[in-house]
Design a protein around this ligand. Structure first.
Ligand code: NAD
Ligand code: GDD
Length: 330
C-alpha cells in the first residue's frame, strides 16, 4: 500500500537518498529517513519525508525508527572506499550495532513485512580475488570465509544475523551483496570516495587547474566492475519484494581495469593526463567481478547500465559540485 510506512536507514547517504527518490516517484507517501549526519550534510533531502537525525547504533533510536514500519531498508553504515575501510576497521565493524539493533527493533515492532540489508562484495573469500584475471564471484564463494578485514567481516556476520532472524523469528529478511556502486549525489572527496568518483574528481581537478598529472592508487592493472546507482535501486526493490531468501549479488559484470576507468574519464573530459602510480596506496583485492548467473535466473534481470553512460552522468554532477566548491578556473 502506498501509505504504509517505509523506513530508510542511512537515508542521508548516497544509496539511501536515491532509494527515497525512487520510492516517492513510485507514489509512496509515508517515508521515514534516518541518518546520523545533520540534514545539511545529507545528499538529498525531501520535505515530504519524515527526516530524522539519530544514531542507529543505539537500540532506543532503532525502536523509534521502526515504530509502525512495514518495510525497513538498512543502508546505514560507517563506510567508504578502500582509503577509508583499510584505515578504519574498528569503525566499520561497529556498524554491526546498527544492523543488530535494527533487526531486534523490527522484530519487536511486529509490523515489519520486509527487512532489506545492504551487504557487500567485500564478504567474498580473498583467495578468489588474488588475480586481476578474475573468475567472476558467485554467491557460494563467500565460504569458506576469508572476507575483507574489518568491513567484510561485519557484513558477513550481519548477513548471517539476518538469516537467523528469518529462520528463528520469521522476520522476512532479504540481502544483496552490492558491487562498487557509483553515481551522482555520492561521496566524491574527503577520503571516503571510491575509485569512480575519485578518478572523476582528479581528472576535473587536473583540467581545471591545468596541472595535467594524475595519481592512481596501485599499478592501475587491478580490475573491478562498477554498478550505476539506478541499477542498484532497481535491484534493491526487486530483491526486497522477491522470495529470494539467500544473499544475492547485485553488481555489474562489465569488467574494467582501473587504467580503463581513467581512459573513460579522460575521454569524457577531453584531456590526456600523465599517470603516476602510487604503489603503497590502499589497493584492496587485485581483481573482482560479479557473476550474475543467479540473479538473472531468479529475477530475469541483472544490472545492465554501461559504465561509459553512467560515468558521463556522474562526471556532470561532480563537475558542478567541484565548481560550486572551488569556482571555475580563471
Ligand atoms: P553512504 O556512506 O553514502 O551512506 C551511509 C549512510 O549511513 C551515511 O549517510 C551515514 O551518515 C549513515 N550512518 C552511518 N552511521 C550511522 C548511524 N550510526 N546511524 C544512522 N546513520 C548512520 O554509503 P552508501 O554508498 O550509500 O552505502 C549504503 C550501504 O550500502 C552501506 O551499508 C554500505 O556498506 C553498502 N554498500 C555500498 C557500496 C557502494 O559501493 N556504495 C558497496 C557495497 C555495500
Ligand atoms: N578510492 C580510490 N581512490 N581508489 C583508487 C584510486 C583513488 O584515487 N585510484 C585508484 N584506486 C583503486 C584502489 O586502489 C582499488 O584498487 C580500486 O581503485 C577500487 O577502489 P575503491 O573503489 O575504493 O574500492 P573497492 O572496489 O576495492 O571496494 C569498494 O567496493 C566494495 C564493493 O564492491 C569499497 O567501497 C567497499 O566498501 C565496497 O564494499
Amino acid at each position: 500500500m502506498k501509505n504504509d510506512l517505509i523506513l530508510v536507514a542511512g537515508g542521508g547517504g548516497f544509496i539511501g537518498g536515491h532509494l527515497i527518490a525512487k520510492l516517492r516517484e513510485l507514489g509512496h507517501t509515508n517515508i521515514r529517513s534516518v541518518d546520523i549526519k545533520p540534514t545539511e550534510e545529507w545528499y538529498q533531502v525531501f520535505d515530504d519525508v519524515d527526516n530524522v537525525v539519530a544514531d542507529l547504533k543505539l537500540k532506543d533510536a532503532c525502536e523509534a525508527a521502526t515504530k509502525d514500519a512495514v518495510e525497513v531498508y538498512n543502508l546505514a553504515a560507517d563506510m567508504g572506499g578502500m582509503g577509508f575501510i583499510e584505515n578504519n576497521r574498528a569503525l566499520c565493524m561497529l556498524s554491526v550495532l546498527i544492523n543488530t539493533h535494527l533487526l531486534e527493533a523490527a522484530q519487536a515492532a511486529g509490523t515489519v513485512q520486509r527487512f532489506f540489508y545492504a551487504s557487500s562484495a567485500c564478504v567474498y573469500n580473498a583467495d578468489k580475488q588474488k588475480s586481476e584475471d578474475v573468475i567472476p564471484l558467485k554467491e557460494a564463494d563467500a565460504y569458506p570465509a576469508m572476507p575483507e578485514d574489518g568491513y567484510g567481516w561485519e557484513k558477513l556476520f550481519s548477513e548471517r544475523m539476518c538469516r537467523h532472524f528469518r529462520e528463528d523469528f520469521g522476520l522476512q529478511t532479504r540481502v544483496a551483496r552490492f558491487h562498487n556502486v557509483y553515481g551522482p549525489f555520492g561521496t566524491w572527496d574527503g577520503g571516503r570516495e571510491k575509485a569512480p568518483a575519485a578518478v572523476i574528481r582528479k581528472v576535473i581537478t587536473a583540467k581545471e587547474t591545468g596541472d595535467l598529472n594524475i595519481e592512481i592508487w596501485g599499478d592501475g592493472k587491478q580490475t573491478r566492475s562498477f554498478m550505476y546507482i539506478d541499477d542498484c535501486v532497481e535491484g534493491i526493490l526487486k530483491i526486497t519484494h522477491s522470495d529470494i531468501i539467500e544473499p544475492l549479488n547485485l553488481g555489474s559484470d562489465e569488467l574494467t581495469t582501473i587504467n580503463g576507468l581513467v581512459d573513460i574519464v579522460e575521454d569524457i573530459a577531453g584531456v590526456k593526463l600523465e599517470r603516476h602510480y602510487k604503489l603503497d596506496a590502499p589497493k584492496g583485492v587485485n581483481g573482482r567481478n560479479s557473476d550474475n548467473t543467479l540473479i538473472s535466473e531468479l529475477l530475469g534481470w541483472a544490472p545492465g547500465i554501461k559504465l561509459r553512460e553512467g560515468m558521463a552522468k556522474t562526471y556532470e554532477w561532480i563537475h558542478a559540485e567541484y565548481l560550486a566548491k572551488h569556482g571555475a578556473a580563471v
